[in-house]
Design a protein around this ligand. Structure first.
Ligand code: TYM
Length: 345
């Protein structure tokens, strides 16, 4: 049975969203919403793989939901909810813990980065996190997953899990009416945002990230115009002027990153962007970049602040989304239980 196209993606409520989330994923989400059935999630179960203060978690969950809406997500059209409301995620994640192999998880680069040197002290949840991510996607039989470059490996794992489940339970899947033996679709990563890997403003070799201790390393969607301009002024650069051709950005990670951001914000290809700014000194280029960033982000930040003043309204939207998400995931989970052989499914 061919699966209908359905989009699923999520972001962690572990602080304000930043320019990397926006250019790498969010803008694609908004594009997909125009033509497809989309489910967008604030992944609070993922967030608690590292310690979260309960009060801050609630605020961060609202902040991320407000950021989605301020960026253009329409909660009437798409389903917008926080993950913990739908128990299917945790239940299917457990089942996938029993499908995925240790060797597969041992290869996940993000766990190695996040756990750091003292791996023994990392939570079991941080290690099993990719199985939960596979469950997020597959509980809805989602087929397309718009994300930034850093999530590619996790989605490939979700495909492996879907495939192994389909093959382990093939006979049962057929017996339950799926004649082609395919229960879970193999989800596709969609990595086509205007900038799929935005780097830190302080170090062009490191990804822009919510967990970087330096706030100067990232532009948050909630930053005001002055803060955005200051962070760009302080961004690390090299001593040379900007090249006129993309080839001239090689071995210049900071220049490459800032030009990539400028191109993404102005909706241009890097080549065309360099047509505008090639030959400029960084000081002049940074002023243009700041203008472009403020023009794109200031209205988003203002809308986030407006929404955060009405937390009950955000909660109402999330709870409504939770009901709609359960209506999609519950029938899938009922079939999963039957296929596995659980009584009382
Ligand atoms: P998270 O919360 O780290 O990031 C959310 C989205 O933003 C993208 N992203 C970036 N893109 C470009 N440059 C960057 N510097 C950058 N930083 C982050 C991420 O690729 C992601 O698309 N595990 C996921 C959340 C998740 C999920 C899912 C995603 C949980 N379940 C199911 C898709 C489907 C995460 O931690 O993303």
């Amino acid at each position: 049975m061919a699966h209908n196209e359905r989009v699923f993606s999520g972001m962690q409520p572990t602080g304000s969203l930043h320019l990397g989330n926006y250019l790498g994923a969010m803008l694609q989400w908004i594009e997909w919403q125009k033509t497809r059935e989309c489910i967008y999630c604030v992944v609070d179960l993922h967030a608690i793989t590292v310690w979260q203060d309960p009060k801050e978690l609630r605020t961060a969950t609202r902040l991320v939901a407000a950021s989605y809406i301020a960026s253009g997500l329409d909660p009437k059209k798409s389903i917008l909810f926080n993950q913990s409301q739908v128990t299917a995620h945790a239940e299917l994640a457990w089942i996938f813990n029993c499908v995925a192999r240790l060797g597969w998880l041992n290869r996940m680069t993000q766990f190695k980065e996040k756990a750091g040197k003292d791996r023994e002290k990392a939570s079991v949840g941080l290690y099993a996190y990719p199985n939960l991510m596979a469950a997020d996607i597959l509980a809805y039989h989602a087929t397309h997953v718009p994300v930034g470059e850093d999530q590619k490996q996790h989605i490939e794992l979700a495909r492996d899990i879907a495939q192994k489940f389909n093959s382990d339970f093939k006979d049962s899947i057929v017996a339950h009416g799926h004649d082609d033996g395919v229960f879970f679709p193999l989800p596709e990563p969609v990595i086509t945002g205007p900038a799929t890997r935005v780097m830190s403003l302080r170090d062009g070799t490191k990804k822009m990230s919510k967990s970087d201790p330096s706030d100067l390393s990232r532009i948050n969607l909630t930053d005001d115009a002055e803060t955005i301009a200051r962070k760009i002024r302080k961004a690390k650069t090299d001593p040379d002027a900007l090249p006129s051709e993309p080839a001239g950005l090689k071995e210049r990670p900071e220049a490459q990153n800032l030009v990539g951001i400028y191109a993404a914000l102005t909706g241009k290809a890097v080549e065309d962007a360099l047509g505008d700014v090639g030959g400029l000194a960084f000081s002049e280029f940074k002023a243009r970049l700041a203008d472009a960033a403020v023009a794109a982000l200031e209205p988003v930040g203002a809308e986030i602040r407006r929404m955060m003043a009405e937390p009950d309204e955000i909660d109402r939207i999330l709870i409504d989304g939770g009901t709609r998400a359960r209506a999609v995931a519950d029938p899938v989970m009922k079939q999963v239980r039957e296929i596995i052989g659980f009584i009382g499914a």
